[in-house]
Design a protein around this ligand. Structure first.
Ligand SMILES: [Fe+2]
Length: 281
């Protein structure tokens, strides 16, 4: 064993360079990454031109990133890695509300609103009453739960994608449940939209013959003291993209009912209860 690099011994050559000074967890992760990355390059018989293209792809992905644009989250999402990491780390009991991807458009610090308030500030779209309860697995009401909600507008864009065009905090808000564990607010019936596809990830999807659309959804982060944080969506049940979400975020239990109202505070009503599980000790 010389330590020199060979095709056959490539993994051992690289991993042998890690010393006893390595961070143990980093060493474990990087050893596996090198093992699988080398296996991938060997199995795919990557040409020099293809590897050069991969470097250009990653370089462009970094260059297009800004405070409003995160190409690496899109890459992770469209390759199913975001959903896989989430699935591994958020296994829950049957009946608990499932997680799905956070997505790149979450903004912390949305305004606190009163129950019943409207989060849609641009006057566009079909109004929808969202209501339900936050409960535990036994059906007990959870008071003091925080619901952080955000959605696109009727044109399919989040406020942060159109600064100056949309009112700040359009279709966003935070609500806290009272003693009944109930929530209620008015937003719009969300619409399906393409993930930003004018960059490297959009090019990748085109080369793969994939469309960039996400089925219409509302985003939620639901938290309560002593309970696991839920990062999730509810989906519009009749959306044509439910079975082909560009980021693989759909779960059957997250598909919500949207019923038309003949009178009341909105054109539509979408009931959904969030079921939380206790924090792991
Ligand atoms: Fe979204």
């Amino acid at each position: 064993m010389t330590g020199y690099f060979t095709e056959e011994g490539s993994v051992a050559a690289v991993n042998a360079r890690m010393t006893e000074h390595a961070n143990p967890r980093v060493k474990d992760i990087m050893s596996l990454l090198v093992k699988h990355l080398h296996a991938f390059v060997k199995e795919a018989r990557i040409t020099q031109d293809e590897w050069d293209a991969a470097i250009v792809f990653l370089t462009k992905s970094g260059q297009i990133c800004s405070s409003e644009r995160q190409e690496f989250i899109l890459l992770s999402d469209t390759l199913g890695v975001s959903m896989l990491v989430d699935a591994i780390n958020n296994r829950r009991e049957h009946g608990a509300t499932e997680n799905t991807v956070l997505g790149p458009f979450y903004v912390a610090g949305a305004p606190h609103r009163q129950m019943g308030d409207t989060i849609s500030l641009d006057g566009k779209g079909e109004s929808c009453l969202f209501e339900g309860k936050v409960i535990d697995l036994q059906g007990n009401l959870i008071a003091g739960a925080s619901i952080d909600v955000w959605s696109d507008n009727a044109d399919g864009y989040y406020d942060v994608q159109q600064p100056g065009q949309q009112p700040k905090w359009n279709n966003r808000g935070r609500f806290v449940t009272g003693s009944e564990g109930a929530y209620q607010f008015v937003g719009i019936k969300p619409v399906s939209y393409p993930i930003p596809d004018d960059g490297p990830v959009g090019q990748m999807l085109k080369h793969l013959g994939r469309h960039p659309y996400r089925p219409a959804h509302m985003h939620y982060i639901v938290t309560a003291p002593g309970y696991q944080k839920v990062v999730t969506h509810t989906f519009v049940g009749d959306d044509p993209y439910l079975a082909s979400d560009a980021v693989f975020g759909v779960k059957e239990t997250l598909v919500a009912v949207y019923e038309q109202l003949t009178d009341g505070p909105a054109k539509w009503r979408s009931p959904f209860d969030f079921v939380l599980t206790r924090e792991r000790s």
